[in-house]
Design a protein around this ligand. Structure first.
Ligand code: MRU
Length: 352
């Protein structure tokens, strides 16, 4: 198998950033041109770009675009105003820690660069491109390291995933779907089961799209079907992504992931979290401290333009849940598979 139809959701195009508009897939493949920091902040908030690592890469470019708009030759003024740019980007989405990690790395780069303001701006662009390139490399490593821990039988695996932790959610290749891709290229994959992932349907719309692009066999199921499929012995492993992992291995990922982990435990199916080390928030001792984004209730009571609930009902729309570490078989990182209890030992390996 070869790498075909590669998808890069965030691309630096000389003077601006190109984003695949993920709100329009799979119906329409549209690319949005972003030249201003405000537009990047809006693209992250409205989920034109989404998925923790992709948000981090987009925010890094957003920092450079913001830096480009600061008109001053004073280093102190530049750094003060750059902090305001960072604040604008931080306010977009609260759960994915890669956003904050990338912004902090960009700020640190600016502070550590000596010379005139123009040098600081250039160092920010260089760092955004580094974060972008590193993420692609990291995802490929996660994919390959994941192969080492997938069950050795059956020869061809049926892997269930939730939401979209694919090329679209990263610089390319994906984390959970990176493991799936590596399994496919190495003849170890029979099929992917993609949970639809209500309310925004990232599984149906994005994961299925990516798989179809590459000819990876994919079966979309509604979220309530995962237990049934596992009870019937149709799933050999679960692999999901993560938005933020606490130091003890508690993992925030798309709402519904916790249900899948519980069901996997009940049916003795290994449950893997695939994520770069930049998704671990070593400052948080456990998952109770992870901020959970609440989104517009409209996402629950409406599908597309159709309102599906009667007037008078109330709605609750947390975008993520936290899977306790004891349900996680291993966290597949670019450094290999780590058991949640060993995670804290890897703090020194994190690039900050
Ligand atoms: O709300 P989204 O679509 O940004 O949520 C995405 C997820 O939950 C992904 O599983 C996670 O960010 C990991 S992406 C490699």
């Amino acid at each position: 198998m070869s790498l075909t139809n590669q998808v890069y959701p965030v691309v630096w195009q000389g003077n601006c950033v190109l984003l695949i508009d993920q709100t329009r897939l799979p119906g329409e493949y549209a690319v949005v041109e972003i030249s201003r920091c405000d537009d990047m902040a809006l693209a992250i908030k409205t989920m034109i770009v989404r998925g923790a690592p992709a948000i981090g890469v987009a925010a890094a470019y957003g920092m450079y675009l913001g830096a480009r708009e600061i008109e001053t030759d004073s280093r102190d003024e530049f750094l003060t105003r750059l902090e305001a740019v960072a604040q604008k980007l931080r306010a977009t989405r609260p759960t994915a820690v890669n956003l904050f990690w990338a912004i902090d790395r960009m700020l640190k780069t600016a502070r550590q660069t000596i010379g005139p303001v123009e040098h600081l701006r250039q160092s920010l662009l260089n760092m955004a491109q580094t974060i972008n390139a590193e993420d692609l490399q990291t995802c490929r490593a996660i994919g390959d390291r994941g192969l080492e821990v997938l069950p050795s039988t059956p020869a061809k695996l049926r892997i269930l995933t939730h939401c979209n932790a694919g090329a679209l959610a990263t610089a390319g290749y994906g984390t959970a779907l990176g493991v799936v891709r590596s399994a496919w290229y190495n003849g170890r994959l029979e099929r992917v089961y993609a949970d639809e992932t209500r309310p925004r349907l990232q599984g149906t719309k994005l994961t299925a799209w990516e798989c179809v692009q590459e000819g990876i066999p994919v079966t979309v199921i509604t979220d309530g079907m995962a237990a049934h499929c596992m009870q019937r012995g149709m799933v050999d492993a679960v692999v999901v992504g993560a938005d933020r992992i606490a130091a003890n291995g508690d993992t925030a990922n798309k709402i519904g992931t916790y249900n899948v982990a519980l069901v996997a435990k009940a049916h003795n199916v290994p449950f893997f979290v695939a994520a770069p080390l930049s998704t671990v928030d070593f400052k948080l001792s456990d998952g109770r401290e992870i901020p959970i984004e609440e989104r517009d209730p409209e996402e629950v009571f409406q599908i597309g333009d159709t309102i599906i609930c009667p007037p008078g009902a109330d709605f609750y729309n947390p975008a993520f849940d936290v899977t306790p570490a004891n349900l996680v078989t291993a966290i597949i990182t670019e450094h290999g598979a780590i058991s949640p209890s060993q995670l804290a030992q890897f703090q020194t390996q994190q690039v900050v």
